[in-house]
Design a protein around this ligand. Structure first.
Ligand code: FES
Length: 140
């Protein structure tokens, strides 16, 4: 909030009868709201693998889709990629035969996102993951 805006708002609130502690309460609440607005978005995705929704992730070759991120178990390691294909932007990426695969037109990508055929030539965005206990964090 600009100083100029605070001053005019302050005068406005005083004209309404706000003063002292009431005025501080209004500004204090405003500060709290602004802090939540500046929290970075896309900071990551956390999955509790103990949750039944992700039980199949314990099996190598299985995957789940959460918030447009595909998370897969690749030989006991957790890998993740965007659901959105780089070919024509369809949200159809799957994990299939130990590679990322788009069901729209058959684009194929390695586990590191490298294109494996012409439709996959632009590569695929992949994310790093980390596991602490049952909590899998995807750095999306
Ligand atoms: S949009 Fe994925 S292969 Fe075409």
């Amino acid at each position: 909030m600009e100083l100029k805006e605070k001053i005019s708002r302050n005068n406005f609130l005083r004209q309404l009868g706000f003063s002292g502690a009431a005025l501080m309460a209004v500004y204090g609440l405003d500060s709290c709201l602004n802090e939540s607005a500046v929290t970075p978005s896309g900071a990551g995705l956390s999955l509790d693998l103990a949750n039944a929704s992700y039980a199949k992730l314990k099996n190598s070759g299985s995957y789940v889709v959460v918030n447009k991120v595909v998370v897969a178990n690749y030989n006991g390691n957790y890998i993740a990629a965007t659901l959105k294909c780089s070919h024509e932007g369809q949200n159809q990426i799957q994990f299939n035969n130990n590679e990322w695969y788009c069901t729209a037109h058959g684009a194929r990508f390695s586990t590191t996102g490298k294109g494996l055929n012409s439709n996959g030539s632009r590569g695929l965005t992949v994310y790093t993951t980390s596991l602490v206990g049952d909590i899998l964090t995807v750095n999306a």
